[in-house]
Design a protein around this ligand. Structure first.
Ligand code: COA
Length: 193
C-alpha cells in the first residue's frame, strides 16, 4: 500500500493598498545596485532564487525552489505569463570593491493578476547579503513599478512560519487578508521523486 505523507502549511495572503502608499526613498548600502529587467538576466534571477531559497521552508513548500533547474524553469514560466511586469522585476547586484566583479544577490518579480491588482513573486536575497536593506529596496522598487502602472493593490503570499519575511512585509504596509492552507508532501517524500 502506498502511503503519502502530507502536511498542511499555513500561508498568508497579504495586500497593500497602493492608493494610500507613501512612496519612500529607496536606500541601498554602498556597493549595491538594482538592475532593471532584461531577458538575458533570466539565468541570474534563477541562480539568486536558488541561492536564496534552497535552505528555506519555501523549498519544501515549493520543491522547484530547492534546485537550480527548477528555479530556471520557474523564471522562464514567470517571464512567459501574459501579466509579467518587467517594470516591477529587479535584480540586486553587489559590485564589491572592484566593479568588474559583480555578484548577483537579490531578485524580485511581479505579475499582473487583474487590471488593478498585481502580485509580487518569490523575493529572495542570498543569505550573506541579508539584513542590509536589500529585500526592502527590492520590494520598494517593485511597488514603484506598480505605482507607475497605476496598479491599485499589491498582493503576495507568504508561509506563516517565515517570520522574517512576514515582519518585512508588515513593516512595508502589507496586511493579511486571508489565511490559506497548502497541502505539501514531507521533505523525505520529496527526495524520492
Ligand atoms: C525575506 C528576505 C527577502 C529579506 O531580505 P533582506 O535583504 O534580509 O531584507 P532587509 O534587510 O530589507 O530586512 C530584513 C531585516 O534587516 C533590517 N535592515 C534593513 N535595513 C538594514 C540595514 N541597512 N542594516 C541592517 N539591518 C537592516 C530590517 O529592519 C529587517 O529587520 P526585521 O527582521 O526586524 O524586519 C530574505 O530573508 C530571504 O531571501 N529569505 C529567504 C527567501 C524567502 O523566504 N523569501 C520570502 C518568500 S515569501
Amino acid at each position: 500500500m502506498h502511503i503519502t505523507n502530507l502536511q498542511y502549511v499555513k500561508r498568508y495572503r497579504m495586500e497593500l493598498d497602493m492608493r494610500r502608499w507613501k512612496r519612500p526613498a529607496i536606500k541601498l548600502p554602498t556597493n549595491y545596485r538594482l538592475a532593471a529587467w532584461d531577458p538575458s538576466l533570466i539565468p541570474a534571477h534563477a541562480e539568486v532564487k536558488y541561492l536564496s531559497f534552497r535552505e528555506e521552508i519555501d523549498a519544501q513548500v515549493f520543491p522547484c525552489l530547492g534546485n537550480l533547474d527548477g528555479c530556471q524553469r520557474l523564471m522562464s514560466e514567470i517571464e512567459a505569463k501574459d501579466g509579467f511586469l518587467p517594470q516591477a522585476t529587479w535584480l540586486a547586484e553587489y559590485v564589491g570593491a572592484r566593479p568588474a566583479k559583480t555578484e548577483y544577490c537579490g531578485t524580485i518579480q511581479a505579475v499582473r493578476m487583474h487590471r488593478n491588482k498585481a502580485s509580487i513573486q518569490n523575493i529572495g536575497v542570498a543569505p550573506h547579503h541579508r539584513g542590509r536593506g536589500i529585500g526592502t529596496a527590492l520590494i520598494l522598487a517593485a511597488l514603484l513599478g506598480f505605482q507607475y502602472l497605476a496598479i491599485r493593490r499589491a498582493c503576495l503570499e507568504v508561509t506563516a512560519e517565515n517570520d522574517g519575511a512576514v515582519r518585512l512585509y508588515r513593516r512595508l504596509g502589507f496586511r493579511t487578508v486571508r489565511t490559506l492552507y497548502k497541502t505539501v508532501e514531507l521533505a523525505c517524500d520529496a527526495t524520492a521523486r
